[in-house]
Ligand binder design. Structure first.
Ligand SMILES: [Zn+2]
Length: 132
């Protein structure tokens, strides 16, 4: 994310706080939190099912392992990090026998968009499914 994109997102979040329901209309803190959470979700806030540092797993479109028949898992992690670039590994690994296919992708200083990440993981899944 560039500095400019971050500023825009920050401004959008501030606007969501400014337009969120008032505590005055709520009987309890819990009610206030629920109304505020609904307001944020209704306005497009996305909460990924992970926190910074977690690896993300997606189970769709994956063929079972050709060696043991188990369901594989996907994950990605940064394998090298420098001021200029990051090398990120996108991997599909069998949960049974541990065999895996990994796609390494280099990202520049501007980082990667969600579409870049999606594309790289799709390539890793293609590698796994086609055993190339
Ligand atoms: Zn296996």
């Amino acid at each position: 994310m560039t500095q400019n994109e971050r500023l825009k997102e920050k401004q959008r979040l501030i606007e969501l706080f400014e337009t969120s329901p008032s505590i005055v209309g709520s009987a309890t803190w819990r009610e206030y939190y629920e109304q505020t959470a609904d307001h944020f979700l209704d306005n497009g806030v996305i909460i990924p099912p992970c926190k910074v540092g977690d690896s993300v797993r997606r189970m769709d479109n994956l063929d079972h392992c050709p060696f043991c028949g188990e369901q594989p898992k996907t994950s990605f992690w940064v394998s090298q990090h420098s001021y200029e670039e990051e090398i990120v590994c996108f991997s599909v690994t069998c949960t049974g026998c541990g065999v895996s296919k990994t796609k390494k992708v280099k990202f520049g200083r501007d980082g990667a968009t969600f579409a870049d990440i999606q594309k790289a993981m799709d390539e890793a899944i293609k590698l796994w499914n086609h055993r190339v």
